[in-house]
Design a protein around this ligand. Structure first.
Ligand SMILES: Cc1cc2nc3c(=O)[nH]c(=O)nc-3n(C[C@H](O)[C@H](O)[C@H](O)COP(=O)(O)OP(=O)(O)OC[C@H]3O[C@@H](n4cnc5c(N)ncnc54)[C@H](O)[C@@H]3O)c2cc1C
Length: 493
């Protein structure tokens, strides 16, 4: 993951440059707002004094670096991110992140050029289009206005909120309330620090920054459709009960089992089915026995990240989430980093997701298309372009996938990520045989969990490349999701 936004070392700056940059940095609206509301924030009790100070320190450092970067790039010709990072002694990942942030603030302009490259593929000469991005400092005129960020209500009111719940967790004054149906900002409590906007996966894109940072790691492979990865496997659990309860190969539950059993984490955040079976509920699981209740897929949506406020007491946790949740966590670590609700998240297991549903829409679909009560169902699954339900009686009924998609949440059209590209390890059914899961190992940590589960014989696996059409199918479906993606355009006034 992009977890390693490193500390800045300002030793190479002259005292004058450092003073200038720091002086400008402390005028950043977010830093000022949070600093001025310090007493209220501490009284609210969500951030401890130490956490707030660490967080403010990291913001001031990042903003000092940004002001210095701006000063140095002023008047220079447009340059690519690769060229820019060479000019600074800051950690490259920090500089990449800071350039993207400055673009969002309006200080830096992004220029896009489409370059056509000729390549020989399968003995044929093909033309490949490549986007080249260059950055230059805008000329600041009297009319220049920094893009101040907004509150999460703008995202919600514009219909873009994916209800991940992270804004509720990080809001220092607890002004945001989010459910699987609505988001509300209490204007009386809100201090307009716009942290919620900074971390929101739907507010502005950080993909370029993320991909450029990943590119620094030459051990990773890259696919246009599924992002950066280390390796691909198909796997299934060796535990009979997990296999029975699991959605595909029971790989996710087995990986979580390995983490808890071997005390690599103290708790796991996952989703379990509540009393009324298909109403998903976010749960914190501390022991392996309770993991069985979380196995299986519920296509209904739940804002799981709002539970993070309750996980601070754990030293290390793992979290299972859909691509939008994993994206929110990754963005939260980039803008701004050192959030106290992030520090203990050690492993992120992402699920493939074409789309999700509200619980009400899922109930409606089952009634309208199958004339059944949702409580008669024991399993829902998607296979071979069909949505399949299994009834308690054992009977299986199906419908074409495209009819099923009519009931999906509209907001899923604003997501281009099928395979949870920002996770440590991503898991889905596409690409594997029935009863097996496809695994995309993306990071060292992902590799560590996978190797551990293999070595302790919790899962068995094969390289996906030995399985006919495995990667081809995943890339094909991922491409469909990307082609349907509608980019978000926010009207910030
Ligand atoms: C809304 C949704 C859409 C999906 N769409 C696709 C798809 O298009 N293509 C594809 O290949 N795979 C999709 N998946 C993933 C797939 O259904 C399986 O979860 C995945 O293959 C892992 O299977 P498993 O047997 O290894 O997991 P299991 O061992 O059964 O574990 C499943 C894990 O998923 C978690 N979970 C269940 N429901 C939710 C939920 N609503 N939100 C967050 N976490 C949840 C559980 O807590 C559990 O930890 C989707 C999953 C969801 C939740």
């Amino acid at each position: 993951m992009v977890e390693n936004i490193k500390s800045y070392d300002f030793k190479f700056l002259s005292p004058k440059n450092l003073m200038n940059a720091t002086y400008k940095a402390v005028n950043n609206f977010q830093i000022r707002t949070i600093f001025e509301a310090k007493e209220d924030i501490l009284n609210q009790g969500k951030y401890s004094e130490k956490e707030l100070c660490n967080f403010l320190d990291s913001m001031i450092d990042a903003e000092t670096a940004r002001k210095f970067i701006l000063e140095k790039l002023k008047g220079k010709k447009p340059s690519t991110l690769e060229e820019i990072i060479k000019n600074f002694n800051f950690p490259p990942e920090n500089t990449i992140r800071d350039i993207i942030y400055l673009r969002e603030q309006g200080f830096i302009e992004e220029l896009r050029e489409i370059k056509i490259e000729k390549q020989i593929i399968n003995e044929e000469l093909v033309e490949i289009k490549k986007d080249i991005y260059r950055y230059q400092v805008r000329e600041i005129t009297d009319h220049f206005q920094e893009h101040f960020f907004c509150s999460a209500s703008l995202i919600y009111d514009s219909g873009f909120c994916c209800q991940c719940g992270f804004c509720q967790t990080i809001c220092p004054l607890d002004a945001i309330k989010i459910t699987d149906e609505f988001l509300e900002v209490d204007d009386g409590k809100c201090i307009n620090c716009c942290l919620c906007f900074s971390v929101c996966p739907q507010s502005f894109s950080f993909e370029q920054a993320y991909n450029q940072i990943k590119k620094l790691d030459s051990s990773l492979k890259f696919s246009e459709q599924i992002g950066y990865f280390k390796d691909l496997y198909t796997a299934k659990t060796t535990n009979y009960l997990i296999h029975k309860l699991g959605q595909d190969g029971g790989a996710v539950t087995s990986l979580l089992y390995y983490l808890l059993e071997n005390k690599l984490v103290d708790a796991v955040v996952a989703v379990s089915n509540s009393e009324d079976r298909w109403k998903p509920e976010t749960v914190i699981v501390e022991n392996v026995k309770d993991l069985y209740k979380t196995a299986g897929t519920n296509y209904a949506y739940v804002p799981i990240l709002k539970i993070l406020g309750k996980t601070k007491k754990y030293k290390n946790i793992a979290i299972v989430g859909l691509p939008c949740k994993i994206k929110a966590l990754t963005k939260g670590n980039l803008f701004a980093n050192k959030l106290p609700f992030y520090e203990n998240i050690k492993y992120k297991i992402g699920l493939f997701c074409m789309e999700s549903f509200t619980c009400d829409n899922l109930i409606k679909l089952i009634e309208e298309k199958f004339d059944k009560d949702i409580n008669e169902i024991i399993k829902m699954n998607i296979k071979k372009s069909k949505f399949i339900i299994t009834l308690k009686s054992g009977e299986e009924l199906s419908m074409p996938l495209y009819d099923f998609l009519d009931y999906a949440r509209d907001v899923c059209s604003y997501c281009e990520d099928l395979t949870a590209e920002h996770a440590d390890i991503s898991v889905g059914g596409i690409g594997s045989r029935a009863g097996w899961s496809s695994l995309i190992i993306r990071t060292e940590k992902g590799q560590e969990i996978f190797d551990g589960a293999i070595n302790t014989k919790l899962i068995e696996s094969q390289k996906l490349k030995y399985f006919k059409l495995g990667l081809y199918l995943i890339e094909k479906i991922a491409k469909i999701k990307k082609s349907k993606y509608i980019p978000i355009k926010l009207m910030i006034t």
